[in-house]
Design a protein around this ligand. Structure first.
Ligand SMILES: NC(=O)c1ccc[n+]([C@@H]2O[C@H](COP(=O)([O-])OP(=O)(O)OC[C@H]3O[C@@H](n4cnc5c(N)ncnc54)[C@H](O)[C@@H]3O)[C@@H](O)[C@H]2O)c1
Length: 271
């Protein structure tokens, strides 16, 4: 028996990084997984990995900021597998930049993809999870602490943290038997650090950038090098290490945990 056997899960942002590792682990542990993302080629690779792991899954293209698409994804999940009992609101982007130069358009995009999406997903899941369930929202250590050069990202993740607590209290008050928790990874080795949109190098001094940049070019930060500075464990985390925490929160083993912030950061916020 897997730890989430018989459950039906939706994982957003499942074409890459933490979302992919989560989709594969939940499927390995017995859940039927609907993996969604904007990136269809990446989703196909995720589905192959689910099948290789002996799991059951399906994929659906989804932009998590598209309100109507949430209803369609829930309907597709119900048709394929039945009503969902796990939702992992994982899709996210980082748009770094100094406040003095930051545009309103970037601010609104950052908030839409990381925060509006969590509201839309949580609302859709609360409507669809008939027999109860578990909603897991990806925040970050950046939702617990401020950092220069990533203020909009911090704001988006801080909003996820408090929305999660409010939703948990509201679900309990309504007697829905739905738990809602946030997960706060530290520096995790995923492609997010190399994406053009992340732009994190733009706010760093040149010598710091060259020390942290992987060999592949301008914005290609090496998360392991970044982690060495601030993470007591001296390395970046692996997406699979975050997925293990999400698995626990998805399973009945965490039945008395709701509205809480669960940190997985190699000790980064411990000092
Ligand atoms: N990697 C880290 O160090 C780290 C640390 C803390 C929190 N997080 C959070 O974890 C989550 C996953 O990040 P990751 O590191 O695996 O990143 P990633 O870039 O590897 O994966 C993110 C996925 O989200 C998808 N996505 C982006 N915008 C979307 C949209 N509008 N609709 C649907 N899908 C969309 C991307 O296509 C991608 O497949 C994010 O919310 C991120 O903020 C990551």
């Amino acid at each position: 028996m897997g730890q989430v056997s018989g459950k039906i899960a939706i994982v957003t942002g499942a074409a890459s990084g933490i979302g992919r590792a989560t989709a594969v682990l939940l499927a390995q542990e017995g859940a039927k997984v609907m993996a969604t993302d904007l990136d269809e080629a990446g989703l196909k690779e995720t589905l192959d990995l689910i099948k290789k792991a002996g799991g059951t899954g399906a994929i659906a293209k989804q932009d998590v900021v598209d309100e109507a698409r949430w209803d369609a994804v829930i309907a597709e999940t119900e048709k394929q597998f039945g009503p969902p009992s796990i939702l992992v609101n994982n899709a996210g982007i980082a748009i770094a930049g100094a406040i003095l130069e930051y545009s309103l358009a970037d601010w609104q995009k950052q908030m839409a993809v990381n925060t509006d999406s969590v509201f839309l997903g949580t609302r859709a899941a609360m409507r669809a999870m008939k027999g109860g369930g578990s909603i897991i929202n990806l925040s970050s250590v950046a939702g617990l602490r401020g950092s220069a050069g990533v203020s909009a990202y911090c704001a988006s993740k801080g909003a996820v943290r408090l929305f999660t607590k409010a939703a948990a209290v509201e679900c309990a008050a309504l007697g829905l038997n739905i738990r809602v928790n946030s997960v706060h990874p530290g520096i995790i080795d995923t492609p997010i650090w190399q994406k053009d949109i992340t732009r994190i190098t733009e706010t760093m001094p040149a010598e710091q950038v060259s020390a942290m940049t992987a060999h592949t070019g301008g914005n290609a930060l090496d998360p392991n090098v970044i982690a060495m500075g601030g993470t007591p464990m001296g390395r970046a985390g692996k997406p699979e290490e975050v997925a293990q925490l999400i698995l626990w929160l998805s399973s009945d083993a965490s039945s008395f945990s709701t509205g809480q912030e669960h940190v997985v950061d190699g000790g980064l916020t411990a000092r």
